[in-house]
Design a protein around this ligand. Structure first.
Ligand SMILES: *Cc1c(COP(=O)(O)O)cnc(C)c1O
Length: 741
């Protein structure tokens, strides 16, 4: 048995991590209840008991599955992400789910086609009938569930674009009331001629109100917002008591509407909603108990198995009846309703297990394309999200992160990082050059893009075409931007002491004149602090002087009657060392990537910031090197003893600094240090693996990042090379593959 999580592949780990034990167990129970609805296990013994089991108790099964779908598929549409709403991230899950469920539905439709034909479902029916079947009623009686999921999920997905969670919930309640009036409460609707007329028409479109439009939304929404509901329903007594009371009410309600003869169908009751809510919250609480745990890997298969039970059981019912008849045993296997039920359930589960097993074996392995390369960069989504959340937590809510994703996002891969950040709710970015911004636009990044550096006038048209914001790097440059003749959006750079870019802060007249330029839309104004990384008395004094000059400009501008645009002063160190300087944006770069410029700072903030990037390569050759032999170019390394060496598929062209040659740097193989020997080549490097005899060709090597409890930080490498982390990262080569993990 696999005990150790590290024995699992990545997707298994994910799946195991996300599992919810209570929900998993209940999936099995719910599918047993669905079979009960279709076999009436107690019918031979008592009509009352059968009604209770199949028309009351078992009615929680389908809403339960809707709620699971809501929780795992729709939640992302509403979740409040680390920064703000992250609907983008949620949309991916919905698309994936819809693809999967539509495929499953198609398979089920085809599977039941012969049975449907045999049962005469298709005799003499027209196009509208087929559409009605396909979209609402299902092509076989139990298959209505799939179109209900598809329609319900699509509906909520669409609504979530312009309605809040609360509004869609309210709408779902209305839909559910409409559903009730066509189901258990039809007797009421039938009393109002107008209503009964409307329902009669609606039944021509969908034979029941138990469908994706009216019935599914409320449960999908409860599942999607279960985290909110969990906070409201706290404490064992409330949960158990609530479930008990609402279930009793539902039982009473069911028997009452039956007695009154109101039921046109019996899929739903008013009290079904609180029953589901209490039940689901209760199931959620079942995860941390130390009772019997489902084995994590096996648990991964429960959803698939229960889905197949759902799809297959009607076919099993037909088969059982057929065989019983052939064997002349129907007095036991069919007429004895409980035996019939047990037989159907057992066969359904067995066949589902077999299919589930096959499915699991045939599963596409986790996409490994990128891991098979010679050398690659892994971007940790989790670390990035952590850093976004941490940096944002140091800032007031109205100060938005404007990540610096220049220089290919400090070597991390600008497109990947920008997309991830957009998924986390980030809406503004800054880059150094106009082509970096254009490339991001072409990759579909829609947020604000500020070009921090110089753009040649011949490229001003790109600013316009791609809706970019340009920095006015000084007064003269602003004039040039203005003479482009068409409106351009700008942020004014103010030089408060760095003396690199920006109009000098003392030139108030020039700065104000920029506001007057007819073609320039001044969206923002910023300065860059040049000594905010060191907290010495000199540096602090200098920084405060910079800040003071900046606000002097702000005051003057306001006094002269211009509306003050968006402001920003902080970069990474500004957020860490001077959080109080927060304005409208914070241009965070290096910290976002989980490291800082120096090794000391990186370690100081290590518990809060997590390195996002790992750099890995492979062992290409392993060989012995005998005493006196040299390795690599130029006789720079001569073995002073017999040793074992390996060549790795990474060189200075990939960004491994050549200054790490000759033992200054090392890599990790199987969690152990392998020193670099000789001179680093353009595409290869040789390391000493005498102490790591288990090294084999193809083994993964960690150059930056964690490996079996050892870690090399980018800042370690920077320190060895006498530079800052920013340089090491931003020079990582173009030919490295970049993947998100
Ligand atoms: C690169 C850059 C930043 C980001 O700096 P970090 O120190 O990496 O956070 C901020 N502002 C300007 C003007 C920059 O050029």
């Amino acid at each position: 048995m696999l005990r150790n999580n590290s024995d699992l592949s990545e997707p298994q780990k994910q799946a195991a991590g996300d599992r919810q034990e209570g929900i998993d167990w209940f999936r099995i129970l719910a599918s047993l209840l669905v079979i009960a609805i279709h076999t009436s296990p107690l019918a031979s013994y008592s009509q009352q008991a059968d009604f209770f089991l199949t028309r009351v108790l078992a009615r929680i099964a389908v809403p339960f599955f809707f709620m699971v779908t809501g929780q795992f598929v729709l939640r992302g549409l509403f979740e409040i992400g680390p920064v703000s709403g992250s609907r983008n991230a949620g949309t991916g899950a919905v698309r994936k789910y819809l693809k999967k469920i539509i495929l499953l539905y198609l398979i089920a439709v085809i599977l039941y086609l012969p049975l449907g034909i045999y049962a005469g479902h298709y005799k003499g029916i027209g196009f509208t009938e087929i559409m009605k079947m396909l979209f609402f009623d299902g092509t076989f009686y139990h298959l209505w569930y799939f179109p209900a999921c598809i329609i319900g999920v699509s509906l909520i997905w669409g609504l979530s674009a312009f309605l809040s969670y609360e509004s869609i919930c309210k709408l779902s309640v209305i839909l559910y009331i409409l559903a009730l009036l066509g189901d258990s409460y039809y007797g009421l609707a039938a009393k109002v001629p107008f209503l009964s007329h409307i329902y009669d028409i609606s039944f021509k479109i969908s034979a029941y109100t138990r469908n994706g439009l009216l019935f599914a939304p409320i449960f999908l929404m409860l599942g999607a917002g279960i985290d909110k509901w969990k906070k409201k329903i706290k404490g064992r007594y409330v949960m158990y008591g609530g479930l008990l009371v609402s279930f009793d009410l539902m039982t009473a309600e069911a028997f009452l509407v039956r007695r009154l003869g109101w039921q046109r169908h019996d899929s739903m009751y008013v009290s079904l909603v609180p029953v589901m809510l209490f039940l689901y919250v209760l199931l959620q609480g079942q995860d941390k108990k130390n009772g019997k745990r489902i084995h994590k890997i096996k648990a991964v298969r429960i959803p698939a198995v229960t889905t197949w039970v759902y799809i297959l059981h009607p076919a099993v019912i037909v088969a059982v009846r057929l065989f019983a008849k052939l064997l002349k045993l129907d007095h036991i296997f069919v007429k004895q309703s409980l035996i019939h039920y047990i037989l159907v359930a057992a066969i359904s589960f067995l066949s589902a297990l077999v299919i589930g097993e096959i499915q699991f074996k045939c599963r596409k392995p986790f996409p490994v394309q990128s891991y098979s390369g010679r050398a690659w960069i892994e971007i940790s989504r989790k670390a990035l999200a952590n850093n976004v959340a941490f940096l944002q937590s140091r800032l007031p809510e109205n100060c938005k992160l404007m990540p610096a994703i220049k220089a290919n996002a400090y070597g991390h891969g600008a497109d990947l990082v920008a997309k991830e950040l957009e998924g986390m709710g980030v809406e503004s970015f800054c880059v150094a050059g106009v082509m970096e911004a254009v490339s991001l636009r072409k990759q579909g990044i829609t947020g604000e893009l500020l070009v921090l550096g110089y753009t040649h006038p011949s490229q001003f048209q790109l600013l316009e075409k791609y809706k970019l914001i340009q920095t006015a790097v000084d007064y003269e440059y602003a004039k040039e931007l203005n003479s482009y003749g068409k409106p351009l959006h700008i942020h004014i750079g103010v030089d408060t002491g760095m003396h690199r870019l920006g109009e000098r802060s003392e030139n108030i007249d020039a700065l104000c004149e920029i506001f007057e330029m007819e073609n320039l839309v001044v969206d923002g104004m910023f300065t860059h602090l040049s000594a905010d990384d060191v907290m010495g008395p000199e540096e602090e004094k200098f920084t405060h002087a910079q800040v003071e000059s900046f606000y002097q400009v702000v005051r003057e501008i306001e006094e002269r009657g211009y509306t003050c645009p968006k402001l920003h002063l902080q970069s990474s160190y500004g957020v860490l060392n001077y959080p109080e300087l927060a304005e409208d944006y914070a241009r965070v770069g290096i910290a976002l990537y989980g490291v800082l410029s120096t090794d000391a700072d990186t370690r100081k903030w290590r518990t809060y910031l997590q390195p996002v990037l790992s750099l890995r390569t492979r062992v290409v050759t392993v060989r012995d090197l005998y005493e006196g032999e040299s390795a690599g170019y130029g006789l720079s390394f001569i073995a002073d003893k017999d040793m074992r060496i390996a060549a790795l598929a990474l060189g200075y062209a990939d960004g491994l600094p050549r200054t790490l040659s000759g033992g200054k740097g090392y890599v990790l193989i199987h969690g152990k240090k392998a020193p670099i020997i000789g001179l680093i080549c353009m595409d290869q490097v040789i390391v000493d693996i005498t102490d790591i005899p288990e090294t084999a060709e193809g083994d993964v090597v960690t150059v930056i990042g964690e490996n079996n409890g050892e870690e090399i930080l980018a800042s370690d490498i920077a320190k060895s090379c006498g530079t800052i982390t920013n340089e090491i990262l931003s020079r990582l080569g173009q030919r490295l593959e970049r993947i998100v993990v």
